[in-house]
Design a protein around this ligand. Sequence first.
Ligand code: FAD
Length: 302
Amino acid sequence: PYDVLVVGGGPAGASAAIYAARKGIRTGIVAERFGGQVMDTVGIENFISVKYTEGPKLAASLEEHVKEYGIDVMTLQRAKRLEKKEFVEIELENGAVLKSKTVIISTGARWRNVGVPGESDFRNKGVTYCPHCDGPLFTGKHVAVIGGGNSGIEAAIDLAGIVKHVTVLEFMPELKADAVLQKRLYSLPNVTVITNAQTKEITGTDKVNGITYADRDTGVVQHIELQGVFVQIGLVPNTDWLTDTVERNRLGEIVVNSHGATNVPGVFAAGDCINSPYKQIIISMGSGANAALGAFDYLIRN
Ligand code: FAD
């Protein structure tokens, strides 16, 4: 068996595997796609100490760093089941079963899409999911935020300080965000809130030039000219495969303690798939390192 088996090869998984391997213990990493969400990212400006990089370049550096250590890297493999027996067992979709004394789950998350025409065509060409990452790219421009929950309203408040104007589109008759956030939002001069709005299409040529929505009461269709659309309707953790083997919260995020440990002895988790409030590359890497040290601590005590 492995000492540490990491499931997931994004920033969290790569960091966890390197921290584990540096303890001289037998480490493996199994991932569907090495690099994770980073592979879908163009410009990255908030990976501290690197002023600017691009997703595929960062993913290649992660892989190169992992390969410096004797880590077993198994890509193009999906985990479908976890079971705790004498060891922790991970069953893959191809039927193989990997055994390990400890497992670190770092299967990440994916943004929920609105699923309208233009969304995928203009991804990274005006359509974005991360205000912390891409807000400054829209300085002085008009943008929309789709979604009036806490993340949408936090994004709108954040963006209002950077861009010229923010239009919030909420599907329901009222915003779902906390009252304190709504109060702050309504105090801002450069924000418009449209409720009962069903987004129909994101328009553009080579990049976004507008958004079309329908009023759900009247059916009247409106078009707004703008340059950016921030989709903020939820982040879905890739944890369905765990069913009820590991404790998850109501959002599906794996619940961990300060050592990155889950409720199952020997099973740790890190990155975007856990119950941490903020999801970023640098945070995932820190959490991967933390879980690996937690797993090492567990190994020397058991
Ligand atoms: P992920 O990157 O999601 O990696 C998950 C890994 O698990 C992948 O290897 C995946 O293939 C694998 N996996 C999933 N399910 C299974 C399974 N069942 N079996 C085996 N393997 C599995 N953050 C920033 O800090 N700065 C930015 O500029 C930035 N821009 C972004 C732009 C976009 C378009 C997106 C989508 C995200 C952006 N982020 C940015 C967020 C950042 O990418 C994530 O916070 C980070 O990648 C999370 O790392 P992770 O390792 O936890 O998960």
